[in-house]
Design a protein around this ligand. Structure first.
Ligand code: AP5
Length: 210
């Protein structure tokens, strides 16, 4: 199965992608995670992306499309995948179609902007491995310490309140039009994001099983 998770920053795409990925035994391809790893490793692509990410802007389409083309050609994507954070613009969606990739379902997770601001200010990520937690919804066993690797948990640089506002503005302008794009293709399914992660997951899995 080939699935896209759409939604505003902090809507819960990454969280749902991780759960569904395990359930269906297909990989999650997250452009945000790939770019952050490149940034951490100081690769040329990471250096190019840094200013965009820190300002809450989108990385240019040609860079992201190149990342996706390479990643989807890898062996583990042969039997399906979940796209988390791609496409984010109409040209990115058109590029995916031009690659001949046929998406089965696009799940749009809808969460009001006010909820997003609260969620992202509580998110903590591991400085070392990038695992994601939340101070209320997904607590680590020991406060401030990653369960997976023992690394320090920090606030993501683009989760600063003023950057979140910019990311939301960019989402409404550039990414939200994708809903109409996929609705026209008959592939769009809406999930109302719930207060508890497992309640959102139940709605998501129900849609995927239909
Ligand atoms: P990216 O990493 O994709 O960031 P994003 O879309 O802004 O997504 P987030 O990771 O912030 O949110 P999410 O929806 O995954 O929420 P999560 O599950 O973590 O991209 C970062 C940057 O990279 C972009 O700004 C851009 O610069 C660049 N980039 C990436 N892809 C690009 C592209 N295609 N084109 C151009 N540039 C690109 O949940 C958020 C928090 O809420 C978590 O802590 C979670 O635990 C918590 N939470 C609380 N309640 C719930 C609930 N009920 N359901 C789910 N989560 C909940």
């Amino acid at each position: 199965m080939k699935i896209i998770f759409l939604g505003a920053p902090g809507a819960g795409k990454g969280t749902q992608a991780e759960i569904v990925s395990e359930r269906l035994s297909i990989p999650t391809v997250s452009t945000g995670n790939i770019i952050r790893a490149a940034l951490k490793d100081g690769t040329p692509m990471g250096l190019k992306a840094r200013a965009y990410i820190e300002a809450g802007e989108l990385v240019p389409d040609d860079v992201v499309i190149g990342i996706i083309q390479e990643r989807l050609a890898e062996d583990d994507c042969k039997n399906g995948f979940i796209l988390d954070g791609f496409p984010r613009t109409i040209p990115q969606a058109e590029a995916l179609d031009a690659m001949g990739i046929v998406i089965d379902k696009v799940i749009d997770i809808e969460v009001p902007d006010e909820t997003i601001a609260r969620r992202l200010s509580g998110r903590r990520v591991c400085k070392n491995c990038g695992n994601s937690y939340h101070i209320d919804y997904k607590k680590p066993s020991v406060e401030g310490v990653c369960d997976a690797c023992g690394g320090e948990l920090i606030l993501r640089s683009d989760d600063a309140p003023e950057t979140v506002l910019e990311r939301l503005a960019v989402y409404h302008e550039k990414t939200e039009p994708l809903k109409a794009y996929y609705e026209k293709q008959g592939k769009l399914f809406i999930v109302e994001g719930q207060e508890q992660v497992e309640d959102t997951t139940a709605l998501t899995l129900k849609l995927l099983e239909e």
